[in-house]
Design a binder for this molecule. Structure first.
Ligand SMILES: CC(C)(COP(=O)(O)OP(=O)(O)OC[C@H]1O[C@@H](n2cnc3c(N)ncnc32)[C@H](O)[C@@H]1OP(=O)(O)O)[C@@H](O)C(=O)NCCC(=O)NCCS
Length: 191
């Protein structure tokens, strides 16, 4: 993106005529987002919660979504296909001045929509959003060392490996290491 005209709602056509919309989450998405989270929990062991473990009520989720919407250094991005939530990306930075420029994100997409390019589109959105924020200068993430598609995607988007964290996950009686990866953000001129 060459100028400071960041669009917060973006539309794309994917393979097979699928229409993708990327937009910030709204408080009224709370119920659908909790159902989405539960679906992801049952579909992938690459996230930090299993079925029934997310632990937020709809009211708590709604309050959280309101807070995110009011915080210029937080993002809760929704990917929508045919009016249903197909993926989410959440990012938040530190609160104090010394750590406000850096934050971590997580991304999840419904299994039936993997490998259609949605993850790439959402990461491009995050990077453009961070660049135009004028505040965010570093994006961090943690990923299981065996999550090959995610690692491939992050490397493709320019993220670099910054270290290996031992015992980051504990799933089915096994510890699993994670890579710490990051991307430095250059702000857009004039931001
Ligand atoms: C990881 C995830 C977000 C990727 O989303 P996505 O929409 O499938 O991503 P994209 O389609 O944009 O890109 C996926 C890339 O991985 C590649 N890929 C798929 N399987 C792969 C494998 N086993 N090894 C290496 N690369 C692989 C695809 O070919 C594609 O790369 P390409 O565009 O260069 O061909 C999605 O799979 C997901 O939600 N997984 C479950 C939760 C998760 O793992 N979240 C990340 C936690 S850190």
């Amino acid at each position: 993106m060459q100028n400071n005209t960041f669009e917060s709602v973006q539309h794309f056509e994917l393979r097979d005529n699928l229409q993708l919309t990327l937009r910030p989450a709204r408080p009224e998405d709370a119920g659908e987002l909790l159902a989405f989270v539960e679906q992801i929990a049952g579909e992938s062991e690459n996230v930090t919660f299993g079925p029934g473990e997310f632990g937020m009520t709809e009211e708590e989720e709604r309050t959280y979504l309101r807070q995110v919407a009011e915080t210029p250094t937080s993002l809760y991005l929704v990917a929508e296909i045919a009016g249903e939530i197909a993926g989410t990306l959440t990012f938040s930075s530190g609160k104090r001045p010394r750590v406000r420029h850096v934050g971590e994100f997580g991304i999840s997409i419904v299994r039936t929509y993997w490998n259609l390019g949605i993850g790439g589109r959402m990461l491009t959105y995050l990077i453009d959003w961070a660049r135009q924020s004028g505040i965010i200068r570093k994006l961090n993430l943690r990923v299981r060392v065996d999550n090959q598609s995610a690692i491939h995607l992050y490397e493709k988007m320019g993220f670099v490996h910054e270290g290996r964290i031992s015992r980051e996950f504990y799933i089915r009686d096994q510890f699993i290491d994670a890579y710490h990866m990051g991307l430095e953000i250059d702000p857009l001129p004039g931001t």
